[in-house]
Write a protein that binds this ligand. Structure first.
Ligand SMILES: Nc1nc2c(ncn2[C@@H]2O[C@H](COP(=O)(O)OP(=O)(O)OP(=O)(O)O)[C@@H](O)[C@H]2O)c(=O)[nH]1
Ligand SMILES: [Mg+2]
Length: 429
């Protein structure tokens, strides 16, 4: 709530999400009578929990994300003896309002477009459970003392953007009567006042026409000249108009504040064009409001003279309700001609992260070689260095990746220090 007691509208937030790590696999052995070390019996770890966003149509803002910006899913359970697997962690499901677009904060790529109720998208995947020693047994090594730690869960900085989904967007200068119109034609009760920028966030209302048709109308904050460059409140909300199918442009035909109605009309038209070519080409219905006021008829006459042939205007008064029914029919008729925005489930794009980097070698001032890279770091984290066999396996994996050779080419020789995450080891020829 802001100082006026209204629900504040948050339409863009940045958050951090981390999926659960996989549970560790373990090395355990069967206890058999007379056998000092029985067969391998260490189970796999469970998978870490994914972070999933799920559309809840009861939500209309991203407000909750303002106070809670870190989300971590649970890790999988560790494996157990007697070959028992650890439990997989449940996915962490986070509700978002319909119309939420999820971006990767670093690459700016769209991860998911969440539109319909209950639609879900996995935002980061939990790590796989590490393997227990049962899985490393083979004829040559029937009782390996080797297990794998769980794979780390994916992490990501993401941003969420909410675009209001409405069929119709009301646009116009401040105080022309946009909120009043919404309050007259729907159950919405937006704040109405005679000062500018009364409306700070979009209000939505469902409009039912008397012939049984229905559409969603959005009352948007007022626009002024320069809105597309960020003047006033407009820019932030011009974005919301992108998802409306029809623009209803409200003009104060009574010139309550002394402006020329036709100039107002042109100014807003240019703002929409300047913001984005697509907005400029959306169908617009022009509405002359405040027709109950003196001089309004006269202004309307000269306004009509300046309009182009294919343009028409709907005179109304939200006070006397004159012209409202005709306007609603016109809106409903126009909407029938404009296809619904494509909001199929298939629009969910789950972008896998960029191909991971295997490894990079750099050199530090003290002469040490520093090893970084997604793949090598993951392998390192999945290695349980308590067992010699695991250490040997890690050394083998490094060799197979070509790291030994690459170090040699960079000038590493016997005894040189190699750093990886917060560990150091010696390069051995
Ligand atoms: N006479 C007359 N006054 C109207 C009419 N419609 C709205 N008003 C008045 O115009 C003023 C502004 O109305 P709002 O509905 O708050 O205007 P708005 O376009 O939503 O303004 P912002 O939210 O600031 O952009 C209020 O004082 C309304 O009572 C009308 O048809 N006739
Ligand atoms: Mg308003």
């Amino acid at each position: 709530m802001n100082e006026w007691g209204e629900k504040m509208f948050v339409d863009k937030v940045s958050i951090y999400v981390k999926a659960g790590d996989g549970g560790n696999g373990i090395a355990a052995f069967r206890r058999e009578k007379y056998v000092p070390k029985g067969g391998p019996a260490g189970g796999d770890g469970g998978n870490g929990g994914d972070i999933v966003f799920k559309v809840d149509e009861g939500l209309s803002t991203l407000m909750d994300f303002r106070y809670n910006r870190h989300f971590k899913a649970d890790r999988g359970e560790n494996g157990m003896s007697k070959g028992k697997h650890g439990k997989n962690a449940d996915p962490y499901s986070i509700p978002v309002p319909p119309g939420t677009t999820v971006y990767d904060e670093d690459t700016k790529e769209i991860i998911a477009d969440l539109v319909t109720h209950n639609q879900e998208a996995i935002i980061v995947k939990g790590g796989r459970g590490g393997r227990g020693n049962i899985r490393f047994a083979n004829p040559r090594n029937p009782a390996p003392n080797l297990s794998e730690n769980g794979e780390p869960g994916e992490e990501r900085n993401i941003s969420l953007e909410l675009k209001v989904i409405a069929d119709v967007g009301l646009v116009g200068f401040p105080s022309v009567g946009k909120s009043t119109l919404l309050s007259v034609v729907s159950a919405a009760r937006p704040k109405i006042a005679d000062y500018h920028f009364t409306t700070l966030a979009p209000n939505l209302g469902v409009v039912d026409t008397s012939d049984g048709r229905s559409f969603v109308m959005a009352d948007l904050p007022g626009l002024i000249e320069g809105a597309h460059e960020g003047v006033g409140l407009g820019y932030q909300f011009l974005r919301h108009i992108e998802r409306t199918r029809l623009i209803v442009h409200i003009i104060d035909m009574a010139s309550t504040e002394g402006r020329d109605p036709y100039e107002d009309y042109q100014t807003i038209k240019e703002e929409l064009l300047a913001y984005d070519g697509d907005l400029g080409s959306k169908k617009q219905i022009i509405v002359a409001n405040k027709m109950d006021m003196p001089d309004a008829e006269e202004h309307l006459k000269s306004f009509k003279e300046k309009l182009e042939e294919n343009e028409s205007v709907y005179p109304i008064s939200t006070i006397t309700k004159e012209g409202i029914t005709a306007l609603l029919y016109e809106i409903a008729d126009e909407l029938e001609k404009i296809p619904k925005l494509e909001v199929e489930e298939e629009t969910v794009i789950i972008q896998t992260k960029d191909k991971e980097e295997a490894f990079v070698i750099t050199r530090e001032d003290d002469g040490a070689f520093v090893l970084t890279g997604d793949k090598i770091e993951r392998l390192f984290k999945m290695t349980n260095f308590d067992s010699d066999e695991a250490v040997q396996r890690f050394a083998r994996q490094m060799r197979q990746m070509g790291i030994d050779q690459a170090l040699r080419e960079k000038g590493a020789s016997d005894g040189d220090i190699v750093r990886l995450l917060n560990y150091e080891f010696e390069f051995i020829e």
